[in-house]
Design a protein around this ligand. Structure first.
Ligand code: XMP
Length: 515
């Protein structure tokens, strides 16, 4: 897609490189991440307006440490180096990087020296709280550079060459622990590089619709709609681009929440006039799941059955040439990113995807966006809050929340209990504050008393967690009154349940889902 100003981040493997892109985009400038192993000619072809060199786990002195291609320094573009990005700049020019035995990790106090546009308007410049994470440091500046800041431990904590517009800092302005980091990045973009903010979600919608219309031409696109924000936004954008030549398929696998099917489809048809086919495949899924209690087995069965159903439905549409998908930018980066030795190992659910024999070309309207940007696009497209802020819902749905064997009766109990959890979270305003909240049906019965009678019935567990990215999570500290209301409503209103427990485990070592 053509963007007015574009900042290319060369990734040297830092775990926080994505944050640099997000900060730049928040400032209103489009930004992309490319691995340090990219061919500089390919980067040049992207027509960048400025470059950022990210941090990374290596030492420039290590064998196999990623080098900085000299070409990047020859195009006359404004450059910002961060952490390893600063060291590799010094090392590649004629400066010197000093090895260090121990790493400095954590907060530091940074003082600016003299005037430098990177720190224009930054408050408390003489004792700025910054975040450090490095081993080596720049011992001698390259010629032409001047120092622009120091910390107690580091003589050369920042440097610049105004004539060449090359700036570098040892600390990480992109992380929240650095005070006024956004301001520092904005200064680089606007005061130093002279860029113009042009990246807005309105401009994204306009250019993405245009691009998809060009890509698809007069072809047809099929897209699996899950009810989640990503596939919904992808569908609405595609619908704008090609109208009724977008065929959405919503598969009811019998494992959805109460009223989910009607809510999702009804809403999309009513407000966006989407072409949605709802496939009732409930029996097909539930029959295959009969007698299965192993979670991974459940996932596998649901995964391949989905592909079978989707494939069958897609084939029934004559002349489909494209598959629409809600792939997001973090998945795109993940698949090409430069992995330093300390890279996180992320586990992916549901990657699998659709079979190659379908022979469809991909259309991915969201592949440039971060999740928070998808939400902004949803707002731009006029979607209501309850869609924009919907909690993540796993592909296998309620199957992994009915612990043990899945039966119609047990699914119905869970559905009713879960509906109460959703209602109470929404009514109390806690829905937006928590990452996910749901009910789990346990594979055991316990004794209770109702009136004068002894009961022997099911147990529901409440799983409500706070999280940033689902990689780690902690149980939400909900006010006890809300928990009390959920519990008494579930026990009173859901036939077959006489006990409710609240899960107080964090992830790790537990997981968010119970299966
Ligand atoms: P866990 O249970 O691994 O969950 O802590 C992390 C996040 O992933 C979701 N999840 C899944 N999503 N298919 C999915 O699409 C799955 O099989 C699956 N298992 C877990 C979970 O809801 C949470 O948001």
């Amino acid at each position: 897609m053509q963007h007015q100003d574009k900042v290319i981040i060369i990734d040297f493997g830092s775990q926080v490189t994505q944050l640099i892109a997000r900060r730049i985009r928040e400032a209103g400038v489009y930004s992309e991440i490319h691995p340090c192993t990219s061919d500089p000619a390919a980067i040049k072809a992207l027509n960048p307006s400025a470059l950022v060199f990210s941090g990374g786990p290596s030492s420039v002195h290590d064998e196999g440490a990623p080098p900085l291609p000299k070409a990047y320094l020859e195009w006359g573009l404004p450059i910002l180096g961060i952490c390893y990005g600063m060291q590799v700049l010094a090392h590649t020019l004629d400066g010197e990087v000093t090895r260090s035995q121990d790493r400095e990790y954590g907060p530091a106090e940074f003082s600016t020296l003299g005037d430098c546009p990177l720190f224009d308007g930054v408050e408390r410049k003489d004792r700025l709280k910054v975040w450090m994470s490095h081993g080596d440091h720049v011992g001698r500046l390259p010629s032409g550079f001047v120092r622009m800041g120091r910390t107690e431990k580091l003589e050369n904590a920042a440097m610049f060459d105004a004539a060449r517009k090359i700036y570098a800092v040892q600390f990480h302005p992109e992380v929240a622990h650095t005070d006024q980091g956004g301001r520092i990045i904005a200064n680089f973009l606007f005061k130093i590089a002279g860029l113009k903010p042009g990246w807005t979600m309105a401009s994204f919608v306009e250019s993405s619709v245009k691009r998809m219309a060009e890509q698809v031409g007069d072809g047809k696109v099929v897209l699996g709609l899950s009810g989640g924000i990503d596939s919904t936004v992808a569908a609405v954008l595609l619908n704008r681009a090609i109208g009724k030549r977008l065929y959405c398929i919503f598969v009811d696998n019998g494992l959805l929440r109460m009223h989910e099917r009607e809510e999702v489809i009804g809403f999309l048809q009513e407000h966006f006039d989407l072409n949605v086919k709802c496939v009732d495949a409930r029996r097909e899924f539930l029959d295959k799941l009969k007698g299965v209690d192993d979670p991974e087995q459940k996932r596998k069965i649901i995964g391949y059955t989905f592909i079978e159903v989707f494939d069958r439905e897609a084939k029934a549409i004559e002349g489909v040439g494209f598959l629409g998908q809600g792939t997001l930018y973090p998945d795109v980066i993940e698949s090409v990113s430069f992995k330093g030795p300390s890279a996180v190992i992320k586990s992916h659910h549901n990657v699998g995807g659709l079979p190659e024999h379908m022979n469809l070309k991909l259309v991915e309207p969201l592949r440039e966006l971060f999740k928070d940007e998808v939400r902004k696009v949803a707002a731009e497209l006029g979607m209501p809050e309850n869609i924009i802020w919907r909690h993540p819902f796993p592909g296998p749905g309620l199957a992994i929340r009915v612990i043990g064997e899945i039966t119609d009766e047990r699914l119905e109990i869970l559905r009713q209990a879960d509906m109460i959890v959703q209602q109470e979270l929404r009514a109390s305003d806690w829905y937006r504050k928590v990452w996910q909240g749901f009910a789990v049906l346990l594979p055991l019965k316990t004794v209770g008393v109702m009136g004068d009678d002894r009961t022997y019935e099911h147990v529901i567990a409440l799983r409500i967690v706070d999280s940033i990215d689902a990689m780690t999570a902690d149980w939400s500290r909900l006010p006890p009154e809300i928990l009390a209301r959920m519990s008494s409503r579930i026990i009173n209103e859901v036939k077959g349940v006489n006990r409710v427990v609240f899960d107080i485990s964090s992830k790790p070592p537990s997981t968010i889902e119970w299966e």
